[in-house]
Ligand binder design. Structure first.
Ligand code: 2HG
Ligand code: ZN
Length: 458
Protein backbone atom coordinates (compact mmCIF):
# COMPACT_ATOMS: atom_id res chain seq x y z
CA UNK A 1 0.00 0.00 0.00
CA UNK A 2 1.50 3.37 -0.92
CA UNK A 3 2.12 6.05 1.68
CA UNK A 4 -0.86 8.24 0.68
CA UNK A 5 -3.30 5.34 0.72
CA UNK A 6 -2.17 4.20 4.18
CA UNK A 7 -2.51 7.76 5.50
CA UNK A 8 -6.03 7.96 4.04
CA UNK A 9 -7.03 4.68 5.73
CA UNK A 10 -5.44 5.70 9.04
CA UNK A 11 -7.29 9.03 8.86
CA UNK A 12 -10.55 7.17 8.35
CA UNK A 13 -9.76 5.04 11.44
CA UNK A 14 -8.74 7.77 13.92
CA UNK A 15 -9.78 11.08 12.30
CA UNK A 16 -7.61 13.16 9.96
CA UNK A 17 -6.65 15.55 12.77
CA UNK A 18 -4.89 12.67 14.52
CA UNK A 19 -2.66 11.55 11.66
CA UNK A 20 0.32 13.90 11.53
CA UNK A 21 2.39 14.05 8.35
CA UNK A 22 3.62 17.66 8.55
CA UNK A 23 7.34 17.57 9.53
CA UNK A 24 6.84 20.46 11.99
CA UNK A 25 4.03 18.58 13.79
CA UNK A 26 5.87 15.24 13.76
CA UNK A 27 9.15 16.66 15.08
CA UNK A 28 8.54 16.27 18.83
CA UNK A 29 7.68 12.59 18.31
CA UNK A 30 10.85 11.97 16.32
CA UNK A 31 13.53 12.81 18.87
CA UNK A 32 14.06 12.16 22.55
CA UNK A 33 14.39 15.02 25.01
CA UNK A 34 18.16 14.75 25.28
CA UNK A 35 18.50 15.24 21.51
CA UNK A 36 20.74 12.15 21.27
CA UNK A 37 18.23 9.84 19.63
CA UNK A 38 16.43 11.11 16.54
CA UNK A 39 14.75 9.53 13.55
CA UNK A 40 12.00 10.02 10.99
CA UNK A 41 8.43 8.77 11.13
CA UNK A 42 6.29 7.93 8.09
CA UNK A 43 3.51 9.62 10.08
CA UNK A 44 2.33 9.93 13.69
CA UNK A 45 -1.04 8.39 14.55
CA UNK A 46 -2.91 9.33 17.70
CA UNK A 47 -5.76 6.86 18.36
CA UNK A 48 -8.27 7.56 21.13
CA UNK A 49 -9.03 4.07 22.45
CA UNK A 50 -8.29 0.36 22.19
CA UNK A 51 -10.55 -0.14 19.19
CA UNK A 52 -8.72 2.60 17.28
CA UNK A 53 -5.32 1.17 18.28
CA UNK A 54 -6.46 -2.21 16.95
CA UNK A 55 -7.67 -0.60 13.71
CA UNK A 56 -4.32 1.18 13.23
CA UNK A 57 -2.39 -2.05 13.81
CA UNK A 58 -4.66 -4.02 11.44
CA UNK A 59 -4.07 -1.45 8.69
CA UNK A 60 -0.29 -1.36 9.20
CA UNK A 61 -0.17 -5.15 9.35
CA UNK A 62 -2.07 -5.43 6.09
CA UNK A 63 0.33 -2.91 4.52
CA UNK A 64 3.44 -4.56 6.03
CA UNK A 65 4.39 -1.25 7.63
CA UNK A 66 6.36 -1.19 10.92
CA UNK A 67 4.90 0.53 13.97
CA UNK A 68 6.65 2.23 16.87
CA UNK A 69 4.45 2.60 19.98
CA UNK A 70 5.23 5.74 21.97
CA UNK A 71 4.10 7.03 25.38
CA UNK A 72 5.45 10.23 26.94
CA UNK A 73 8.71 9.89 24.97
CA UNK A 74 10.82 10.18 28.11
CA UNK A 75 12.85 7.06 27.26
CA UNK A 76 16.64 7.40 27.25
CA UNK A 77 17.77 4.50 25.05
CA UNK A 78 16.18 5.44 21.73
CA UNK A 79 13.32 2.95 22.12
CA UNK A 80 10.66 5.63 21.87
CA UNK A 81 11.78 7.31 18.65
CA UNK A 82 11.68 5.90 15.12
CA UNK A 83 14.68 4.77 13.11
CA UNK A 84 16.33 6.95 10.44
CA UNK A 85 14.67 5.47 7.34
CA UNK A 86 11.24 7.10 7.65
CA UNK A 87 9.51 3.73 7.47
CA UNK A 88 7.75 3.47 10.81
CA UNK A 89 4.37 4.76 11.84
CA UNK A 90 4.70 6.29 15.32
CA UNK A 91 1.70 5.13 17.33
CA UNK A 92 1.24 7.67 20.11
CA UNK A 93 -0.81 6.36 23.03
CA UNK A 94 -1.13 9.73 24.74
CA UNK A 95 -4.86 10.13 24.04
CA UNK A 96 -5.71 6.97 26.03
CA UNK A 97 -6.23 8.95 29.22
CA UNK A 98 -9.12 7.17 30.96
CA UNK A 99 -8.73 6.69 34.73
CA UNK A 100 -10.80 4.60 37.06
CA UNK A 101 -12.93 3.70 38.75
CA UNK A 102 -10.89 3.29 41.94
CA UNK A 103 -11.58 -0.10 43.51
CA UNK A 104 -10.50 0.28 47.15
CA UNK A 105 -11.65 -3.22 48.17
CA UNK A 106 -9.45 -4.88 45.57
CA UNK A 107 -6.82 -2.12 45.93
CA UNK A 108 -6.79 -1.64 42.18
CA UNK A 109 -7.45 1.00 39.54
CA UNK A 110 -7.69 0.66 35.77
CA UNK A 111 -5.95 3.29 33.64
CA UNK A 112 -5.38 4.07 29.98
CA UNK A 113 -1.83 3.75 28.62
CA UNK A 114 -1.58 7.50 28.02
CA UNK A 115 -2.18 8.63 31.61
CA UNK A 116 0.84 10.57 32.89
CA UNK A 117 2.19 9.23 36.18
CA UNK A 118 1.79 12.59 37.98
CA UNK A 119 -1.88 12.76 36.92
CA UNK A 120 -2.54 9.34 38.45
CA UNK A 121 -0.82 10.42 41.67
CA UNK A 122 -2.95 13.60 41.75
CA UNK A 123 -6.12 11.52 41.42
CA UNK A 124 -5.19 8.93 44.04
CA UNK A 125 -3.42 10.78 46.82
CA UNK A 126 -6.27 13.00 48.07
CA UNK A 127 -8.32 9.80 48.38
CA UNK A 128 -5.75 8.11 50.63
CA UNK A 129 -4.29 5.81 47.98
CA UNK A 130 -1.13 5.76 45.92
CA UNK A 131 0.50 4.07 42.95
CA UNK A 132 3.85 3.20 44.45
CA UNK A 133 6.12 3.74 41.46
CA UNK A 134 7.55 7.25 41.27
CA UNK A 135 10.23 8.86 39.13
CA UNK A 136 11.62 12.25 38.20
CA UNK A 137 9.94 12.31 34.75
CA UNK A 138 6.51 11.88 36.39
CA UNK A 139 4.88 14.84 34.60
CA UNK A 140 5.49 13.42 31.11
CA UNK A 141 6.08 9.67 31.56
CA UNK A 142 2.91 7.69 30.82
CA UNK A 143 1.78 4.49 32.50
CA UNK A 144 1.87 2.64 29.15
CA UNK A 145 5.49 3.62 28.56
CA UNK A 146 6.43 2.79 32.12
CA UNK A 147 4.89 -0.66 31.73
CA UNK A 148 6.54 -1.23 28.35
CA UNK A 149 9.94 -0.43 29.88
CA UNK A 150 9.29 -1.81 33.39
CA UNK A 151 10.28 1.56 34.80
CA UNK A 152 11.99 1.51 38.21
CA UNK A 153 12.50 4.94 39.67
CA UNK A 154 12.91 6.02 43.24
CA UNK A 155 10.86 3.69 45.43
CA UNK A 156 11.99 0.28 44.22
CA UNK A 157 13.67 -0.43 47.56
CA UNK A 158 10.21 -0.70 49.14
CA UNK A 159 7.75 -1.40 46.31
CA UNK A 160 9.70 -3.02 43.47
CA UNK A 161 9.69 -1.95 39.83
CA UNK A 162 6.60 -1.30 37.70
CA UNK A 163 6.24 -5.07 37.14
CA UNK A 164 5.46 -5.63 40.82
CA UNK A 165 2.75 -2.98 40.68
CA UNK A 166 0.86 -4.13 37.59
CA UNK A 167 -1.89 -6.69 38.13
CA UNK A 168 -3.28 -7.02 34.61
CA UNK A 169 -3.07 -5.62 31.10
CA UNK A 170 -4.94 -5.10 27.91
CA UNK A 171 -2.73 -5.04 24.83
CA UNK A 172 -3.02 -5.24 21.07
CA UNK A 173 -0.87 -7.57 18.97
CA UNK A 174 0.72 -6.50 15.70
CA UNK A 175 -2.13 -8.05 13.67
CA UNK A 176 -4.73 -6.03 15.61
CA UNK A 177 -6.00 -8.81 17.89
CA UNK A 178 -6.66 -7.77 21.47
CA UNK A 179 -5.23 -9.62 24.49
CA UNK A 180 -7.47 -9.03 27.49
CA UNK A 181 -5.72 -9.89 30.77
CA UNK A 182 -7.12 -6.82 32.47
CA UNK A 183 -8.94 -8.64 35.27
CA UNK A 184 -5.62 -9.07 37.05
CA UNK A 185 -7.00 -11.55 39.58
CA UNK A 186 -4.84 -12.10 42.67
CA UNK A 187 -5.01 -15.84 42.05
CA UNK A 188 -5.18 -17.10 38.48
CA UNK A 189 -2.92 -20.04 37.63
CA UNK A 190 -4.08 -20.68 34.10
CA UNK A 191 -0.90 -20.94 32.14
CA UNK A 192 1.71 -18.48 30.92
CA UNK A 193 1.60 -15.08 32.57
CA UNK A 194 1.10 -12.82 29.57
CA UNK A 195 0.96 -9.67 31.68
CA UNK A 196 4.41 -10.31 33.12
CA UNK A 197 5.71 -11.16 29.66
CA UNK A 198 4.59 -7.84 28.22
CA UNK A 199 5.93 -5.72 31.09
CA UNK A 200 9.42 -4.65 30.03
CA UNK A 201 9.05 -5.93 26.45
CA UNK A 202 9.74 -2.39 25.16
CA UNK A 203 6.95 -2.34 22.57
CA UNK A 204 8.37 -5.34 20.71
CA UNK A 205 5.58 -7.83 21.46
CA UNK A 206 2.33 -5.86 21.74
CA UNK A 207 0.96 -2.38 22.33
CA UNK A 208 -0.24 -1.84 25.91
CA UNK A 209 -3.57 0.01 25.88
CA UNK A 210 -4.89 -0.29 29.44
CA UNK A 211 -3.57 -1.54 32.77
CA UNK A 212 -5.00 -2.71 36.07
CA UNK A 213 -2.67 -1.32 38.71
CA UNK A 214 -2.03 -2.38 42.28
CA UNK A 215 -2.47 0.42 44.80
CA UNK A 216 -1.01 0.99 48.26
CA UNK A 217 -2.52 3.02 51.11
CA UNK A 218 -0.89 6.42 51.14
CA UNK A 219 1.39 6.74 54.19
CA UNK A 220 0.28 9.68 56.33
CA UNK A 221 3.78 10.68 57.48
CA UNK A 222 7.10 11.16 55.74
CA UNK A 223 10.58 12.15 56.84
CA UNK A 224 13.35 12.98 54.39
CA UNK A 225 17.04 13.45 55.10
CA UNK A 226 19.94 14.54 52.94
CA UNK A 227 23.23 13.18 54.24
CA UNK A 228 26.65 14.53 53.30
CA UNK A 229 29.22 11.73 53.36
CA UNK A 230 32.94 11.18 53.02
CA UNK A 231 32.69 8.42 50.40
CA UNK A 232 30.42 6.12 48.45
CA UNK A 233 31.47 3.24 50.72
CA UNK A 234 30.16 5.31 53.64
CA UNK A 235 26.82 5.74 51.83
CA UNK A 236 26.60 1.97 51.31
CA UNK A 237 27.29 1.50 55.03
CA UNK A 238 24.53 3.93 56.08
CA UNK A 239 22.14 2.30 53.66
CA UNK A 240 22.77 -1.13 55.21
CA UNK A 241 21.61 0.28 58.56
CA UNK A 242 18.61 2.13 57.14
CA UNK A 243 17.43 -0.97 55.31
CA UNK A 244 16.53 -2.46 58.68
CA UNK A 245 13.67 0.07 58.79
CA UNK A 246 10.44 -1.12 57.19
CA UNK A 247 9.62 2.52 56.55
CA UNK A 248 12.57 3.13 54.17
CA UNK A 249 11.15 4.10 50.76
CA UNK A 250 13.96 5.87 48.99
CA UNK A 251 17.79 5.94 48.96
CA UNK A 252 19.30 8.05 46.19
CA UNK A 253 22.88 9.17 45.83
CA UNK A 254 24.82 11.79 43.92
CA UNK A 255 28.28 13.31 44.10
CA UNK A 256 29.94 16.70 44.61
CA UNK A 257 30.30 17.30 40.84
CA UNK A 258 26.65 16.58 40.19
CA UNK A 259 25.46 18.82 43.00
CA UNK A 260 27.71 21.67 41.83
CA UNK A 261 26.21 21.40 38.33
CA UNK A 262 22.64 21.30 39.68
CA UNK A 263 23.29 24.40 41.82
CA UNK A 264 24.86 26.23 38.88
CA UNK A 265 22.01 25.37 36.49
CA UNK A 266 19.05 25.66 38.86
CA UNK A 267 20.08 28.55 41.08
CA UNK A 268 19.03 26.51 44.15
CA UNK A 269 20.84 27.41 47.39
CA UNK A 270 23.49 24.91 48.50
CA UNK A 271 22.17 22.40 51.07
CA UNK A 272 25.32 22.58 53.25
CA UNK A 273 27.98 25.19 54.00
CA UNK A 274 30.71 23.19 52.27
CA UNK A 275 30.84 20.59 49.51
CA UNK A 276 31.22 16.88 50.33
CA UNK A 277 32.26 13.92 48.16
CA UNK A 278 28.93 12.04 48.24
CA UNK A 279 25.30 12.78 49.16
CA UNK A 280 22.60 10.31 50.12
CA UNK A 281 18.94 11.31 50.01
CA UNK A 282 16.73 9.01 52.08
CA UNK A 283 13.04 9.01 52.83
CA UNK A 284 10.98 7.01 55.31
CA UNK A 285 7.19 6.86 55.33
CA UNK A 286 4.52 5.22 57.42
CA UNK A 287 1.17 5.44 59.15
CA UNK A 288 3.09 6.75 62.17
CA UNK A 289 5.69 9.53 62.02
CA UNK A 290 8.97 7.77 61.02
CA UNK A 291 11.24 10.72 61.90
CA UNK A 292 12.20 9.30 65.28
CA UNK A 293 13.25 5.91 63.96
CA UNK A 294 15.14 7.59 61.13
CA UNK A 295 16.99 9.78 63.66
CA UNK A 296 17.74 6.73 65.82
CA UNK A 297 19.09 4.80 62.84
CA UNK A 298 21.36 7.71 62.00
CA UNK A 299 22.44 8.25 65.59
CA UNK A 300 26.22 7.97 65.84
CA UNK A 301 26.56 7.71 62.09
CA UNK A 302 28.96 10.66 62.02
CA UNK A 303 31.65 8.66 63.76
CA UNK A 304 30.77 5.22 62.45
CA UNK A 305 29.91 5.97 58.84
CA UNK A 306 31.67 9.21 58.01
CA UNK A 307 28.42 11.19 57.84
CA UNK A 308 29.59 14.80 57.81
CA UNK A 309 26.33 16.72 57.80
CA UNK A 310 22.58 16.07 57.71
CA UNK A 311 19.58 18.15 56.61
CA UNK A 312 16.15 16.85 57.63
CA UNK A 313 12.77 17.81 56.13
CA UNK A 314 9.35 16.83 57.41
CA UNK A 315 6.81 18.98 55.55
CA UNK A 316 6.12 18.57 51.84
CA UNK A 317 7.74 21.79 50.50
CA UNK A 318 10.95 21.14 52.46
CA UNK A 319 11.03 17.51 51.35
CA UNK A 320 10.58 18.61 47.72
CA UNK A 321 13.45 21.07 48.16
CA UNK A 322 15.81 18.28 49.27
CA UNK A 323 14.59 15.92 46.54
CA UNK A 324 15.26 18.59 43.89
CA UNK A 325 19.04 18.29 44.41
CA UNK A 326 18.79 14.72 43.15
CA UNK A 327 15.89 14.97 40.70
CA UNK A 328 17.30 17.95 38.81
CA UNK A 329 20.45 16.10 37.72
CA UNK A 330 19.01 14.97 34.37
CA UNK A 331 17.90 18.44 33.23
CA UNK A 332 21.08 20.11 34.54
CA UNK A 333 23.31 17.70 32.63
CA UNK A 334 21.16 18.16 29.55
CA UNK A 335 21.51 21.93 29.81
CA UNK A 336 25.27 21.75 29.27
CA UNK A 337 25.54 19.02 26.64
CA UNK A 338 24.13 15.88 25.06
CA UNK A 339 25.16 13.13 27.47
CA UNK A 340 26.05 9.56 26.69
CA UNK A 341 23.82 7.78 29.22
CA UNK A 342 24.74 4.36 30.56
CA UNK A 343 22.17 3.20 33.10
CA UNK A 344 23.63 0.12 34.77
CA UNK A 345 23.32 -2.13 37.81
CA UNK A 346 26.46 -2.94 39.75
CA UNK A 347 26.19 -5.29 42.77
CA UNK A 348 26.31 -3.07 45.88
CA UNK A 349 29.30 -4.91 47.32
CA UNK A 350 31.50 -3.81 44.42
CA UNK A 351 29.88 -0.44 43.65
CA UNK A 352 32.46 1.75 45.44
CA UNK A 353 35.35 -0.05 43.69
CA UNK A 354 33.59 0.15 40.34
CA UNK A 355 33.16 3.91 40.73
CA UNK A 356 36.77 4.33 41.89
CA UNK A 357 38.01 2.50 38.78
CA UNK A 358 35.84 4.46 36.37
CA UNK A 359 38.30 7.32 35.68
CA UNK A 360 40.96 4.82 34.58
CA UNK A 361 38.40 3.09 32.37
CA UNK A 362 37.34 6.38 30.78
CA UNK A 363 40.96 7.47 30.34
CA UNK A 364 40.12 11.15 29.99
CA UNK A 365 37.64 10.51 27.15
CA UNK A 366 34.58 11.77 29.11
CA UNK A 367 33.47 14.03 31.93
CA UNK A 368 31.41 11.70 34.17
CA UNK A 369 28.44 12.57 36.37
CA UNK A 370 27.30 9.69 38.58
CA UNK A 371 24.05 9.43 40.48
CA UNK A 372 21.30 6.92 41.00
CA UNK A 373 19.25 4.57 43.10
CA UNK A 374 21.67 3.23 45.68
CA UNK A 375 19.68 0.34 47.14
CA UNK A 376 19.59 -1.44 43.79
CA UNK A 377 23.17 -0.56 42.85
CA UNK A 378 21.58 1.37 39.97
CA UNK A 379 24.17 3.80 38.71
CA UNK A 380 23.28 6.46 36.13
CA UNK A 381 26.59 6.98 34.38
CA UNK A 382 26.15 10.26 32.49
CA UNK A 383 29.12 11.10 30.28
CA UNK A 384 29.63 14.55 28.79
CA UNK A 385 32.22 15.73 26.26
CA UNK A 386 32.67 12.32 24.63
CA UNK A 387 34.05 12.72 21.09
CA UNK A 388 31.86 10.97 18.52
CA UNK A 389 34.82 8.78 17.58
CA UNK A 390 35.15 7.58 21.21
CA UNK A 391 31.50 6.83 21.95
CA UNK A 392 31.56 3.18 20.97
CA UNK A 393 34.83 2.41 22.78
CA UNK A 394 33.76 4.23 25.94
CA UNK A 395 30.38 2.45 25.97
CA UNK A 396 32.05 -0.94 25.45
CA UNK A 397 34.61 -0.28 28.17
CA UNK A 398 31.99 0.62 30.78
CA UNK A 399 29.47 -2.07 29.86
CA UNK A 400 32.11 -4.82 29.69
CA UNK A 401 33.30 -3.86 33.15
CA UNK A 402 29.69 -3.95 34.40
CA UNK A 403 29.33 -7.45 32.96
CA UNK A 404 32.66 -8.53 34.48
CA UNK A 405 31.53 -7.56 38.01
CA UNK A 406 28.19 -9.39 37.64
CA UNK A 407 25.96 -6.38 36.95
CA UNK A 408 23.45 -5.55 34.24
CA UNK A 409 23.99 -3.30 31.21
CA UNK A 410 20.52 -1.84 31.76
CA UNK A 411 19.12 -1.32 35.23
CA UNK A 412 15.86 0.44 34.41
CA UNK A 413 15.94 2.34 31.10
CA UNK A 414 15.79 -0.78 28.93
CA UNK A 415 17.81 -1.80 25.90
CA UNK A 416 16.04 0.25 23.22
CA UNK A 417 18.09 0.91 20.13
CA UNK A 418 21.12 2.24 21.99
CA UNK A 419 22.14 -0.95 23.76
CA UNK A 420 20.80 -3.65 21.42
CA UNK A 421 24.26 -4.62 20.20
CA UNK A 422 25.51 -4.95 23.78
CA UNK A 423 22.69 -7.20 25.01
CA UNK A 424 24.90 -10.30 24.78
CA UNK A 425 27.15 -8.89 27.50
CA UNK A 426 24.69 -9.68 30.28
CA UNK A 427 22.16 -12.04 28.61
CA UNK A 428 23.30 -15.50 27.51
CA UNK A 429 22.97 -16.90 23.99
CA UNK A 430 20.24 -19.22 25.30
CA UNK A 431 18.35 -16.25 26.80
CA UNK A 432 18.52 -14.30 23.57
CA UNK A 433 17.41 -17.31 21.52
CA UNK A 434 14.33 -17.70 23.73
CA UNK A 435 13.60 -13.99 23.46
CA UNK A 436 13.84 -14.19 19.66
CA UNK A 437 11.43 -17.18 19.64
CA UNK A 438 8.92 -15.21 21.71
CA UNK A 439 9.26 -12.23 19.37
CA UNK A 440 8.73 -14.50 16.36
CA UNK A 441 5.63 -16.06 17.93
CA UNK A 442 3.91 -12.79 18.82
CA UNK A 443 5.12 -10.58 15.98
CA UNK A 444 6.15 -12.91 13.14
CA UNK A 445 6.46 -10.11 10.58
CA UNK A 446 8.67 -8.04 12.93
CA UNK A 447 6.43 -5.00 12.63
CA UNK A 448 6.51 -3.77 16.25
CA UNK A 449 9.49 -1.62 17.34
CA UNK A 450 11.72 -3.40 14.80
CA UNK A 451 14.96 -1.66 15.83
CA UNK A 452 14.43 -2.07 19.58
CA UNK A 453 15.89 -4.76 21.87
CA UNK A 454 16.18 -7.54 19.24
CA UNK A 455 17.01 -6.01 15.87
CA UNK A 456 17.24 -8.43 12.94
CA UNK A 457 20.22 -10.72 13.37
CA UNK A 458 21.34 -14.32 13.64
C1 2HG B 1 16.48 9.23 37.07
O1 2HG B 1 16.72 8.38 37.92
C2 2HG B 1 16.20 8.77 35.68
O2 2HG B 1 16.39 10.43 37.35
C3 2HG B 1 17.09 9.48 34.63
O3 2HG B 1 16.32 7.40 35.57
C4 2HG B 1 18.53 9.16 34.79
O4 2HG B 1 19.18 11.02 33.42
C5 2HG B 1 19.47 9.90 33.82
O5 2HG B 1 20.52 9.34 33.48
ZN1 ZN C 1 16.74 6.43 37.44
Amino acid sequence: MDRERLVRHLSAAVGAAHVLTDPALKASYESDFTGRHTGRARCVVRPADTAEVAAVLRLCHAAGVPVLPQGGNTGLVGGSVPGPDGDEVVLSLRRLTGIGPLDPDARRITVGAGVPLAELHRRLRPRGWDFAVDLAARDSATLGGMIATNAGGERVVKYGTTRANVAGLEAVLSDGSVLDRLAGLPKDNTGYDLTDLLVGSEGTLAVVTRARLRLVPRPAHRATALLALGSLAAAVGVLARLRLLDSLELAEFFTADGLALVLEQSGLPAPFRTAHPVYLLVECAGRRDPSEELAEALDGADVRDDVRDVAVALDAPDRRRLAAYRERHTESINAVGIPLKLDVTVPLAVLPDFVAELPALLAGRARPYLFGHLAEGNLHVNLLDVAAADEEAVTEAVLRRVAAVGGSISAEHGIGRAKARHLHLTRSAADIAVMRSIKAALDPDRLLSPHTLLPPGP
